[in-house]
Ligand binder design. Structure first.
Ligand SMILES: Cc1ncc(COP(=O)(O)O)c(C=O)c1O
Length: 413
């Protein structure tokens, strides 16, 4: 039996059996910097290129959930680059129109733009811990419930704060919901982190379910809902939901600009929360954290309703077809498939998932391989623009090679 994890400089291949050790590599001043503690994320083409000897510009990156249909960034005013980027009122108004179109009551959440929702994921554990410290309550919140699978940065940053972490199962909505309620029954004084929809498991809580969850939580416990992938189904967002028109004090929603708009590089995200949380967050964020070009691009994108509608259609159309052939190849061994639009997750026996990961990498295609329990793994495949002939050919050639490798593997089992 072989143990497989991705993204390493140490790779041993025999008959498609590959042993890999996990590290994160980045290039600094031309030298590779290896951080043993950093989490491995998608999109690290530099590292894949070094491991596989394939030039960076020849990779098809399907290892992220970032849309390939990026919002156009042409014709930006030079002032966006020249001036110090104080938060522009027109940018803020456009963001409010997109995220809080029913902004008419005084009970709405306060909104804070940040340089990627990652910033909030890093800082909220510390802020909530400090609130616990000054709280006059007898028992400040010292525990947090986090999904066992999902964006690992949440767990990493809670680990750095002195709270007990309980991981709840996040592969199935009913099981997740029951597990959270059972924990809250034992102790309502726990923060809860929900990734909605979960990346990579696709689990999506309804606003009703999250409202019930909040009801079961103690008054000093916070519900943090990470809606990084919700733009394809905006009606599922708590920001648009009738239950939350009067914003609960202990609800925090995170939004990410980069995924749906296909512009992760401009680093933009938003926090929606009670003004006391927003005040604390903004006091530790620098006054120019959202650069001028990011504000100018997002301002246009938020108001461009026809682009948003067309792009949702494009994503739905592309994501419903491009993996048909892949699905055929892995059909017998696939245990479950979840299609979020921006990514599709396949639950497979780990041995098959590793073959897929390695064969695709050998063809210059990067996907995500994630552990999903005993002997099971998820292959998460991002979206690409199937109308791009070159990319489509690359994908087709890789699938033909994958088919051979899987037939060969099945014959040797
Ligand atoms: C679920 C989830 N939340 C948040 C983030 C952070 O996104 P950003 O900092 O680009 O807004 C990611 C990044 O992949 C993610 O997958």
């Amino acid at each position: 039996m072989v143990f497989f994890i991705t993204g390493s400089p140490n790779i041993f291949v025999t008959n498609w059996k590959i042993l890999v050790r996990e590290t994160t590599k980045t290039k600094l001043n031309g030298d590779w910097h290896i951080d043993e503690n950093a989490l491995v994320h998608g999109g690290n083409i530099q590292s894949a290129s070094q491991d596989w000897g394939i030039p960076e510009d020849q990779w098809l990156d399907l290892s992220t959930g970032i849309s390939p249909f990026s919002y156009p960034v042409e014709d930006l005013p030079s002032s966006a680059f020249q001036r110090l980027p104080y938060l522009n009122q027109a940018f803020l108004a456009a963001a409010k129109q997109y995220y809080l179109p029913f902004d008419s009551c005084t009970d709405n959440p306060a909104m804070l733009p940040i340089a990627g929702s990652q910033i909030a994921i890093q800082t909220l554990p510390k802020i909530l811990r400090d609130i616990g410290k000054d709280s006059s309550t007898e028992s400040p919140v010292r525990s947090v419930l986090i999904p066992s699978i999902g964006y690992q940065e949440h767990q990493k940053h809670w680990q750095a704060s002195p709270v007990d972490i309980t991981l709840y199962p996040a592969m199935d909505i009913q099981v997740s919901n029951d597990a959270i309620h059972s924990e809250l029954q034992k102790n309502p004084n726990q923060h809860v982190v929900v990734i909605n929809p979960n990346n990579p498991s696709g689990v999506l809580f309804t606003p009703d379910a999250l409202s019930e969850m909040l009801f079961a939580m103690g008054p000093d416990a916070y519900l943090i809902v990470d809606e990084a992938f919700i733009d394809l189904t905006p009606e599922s967002s708590l920001l648009l939901s009738a239950q939350f028109r009067s914003w609960p004090k202990n609800l925090i929603v995170l939004r990410s600009f980069g995924k749906f708009y296909g512009l992760a590089g401009i680093r933009l995200g938003f926090v929606f929360a009670h003004s006391s949380i927003i005040r604390r967050l903004s006091s530790i964020i620098d006054p120019w954290s959202i650069n001028g070009p990011a504000q100018a691009i997002a301002q246009r994108a938020f108001l461009d309703l026809s682009w948003q509608v067309k792009t949702r259609e494009k994503i739905a159309h592309a994501s419903s077809h491009y993996l048909d052939n892949f699905q055929d190849i892995v059909r017998i061994t696939t245990r479950k498939i979840v299609n979020n639009g921006l990514f599709t997750s396949f639950w497979l026996p780990s041995e098959i998932a590793n073959i897929i990961d390695q064969v695709l990498k050998s063809c210059g295609i990067l996907v995500r391989l994630l552990p999903a329990g005993h002997c099971e793994s998820i292959i998460r495949i991002g979206l690409f623009d199937v109308t791009c002939v070159e990319q489509f050919e690359k994908f087709s050639i890789a699938l033909a090679r994958l088919k051979k490798a899987i037939i060969h593997e099945s014959a040797t089992i």
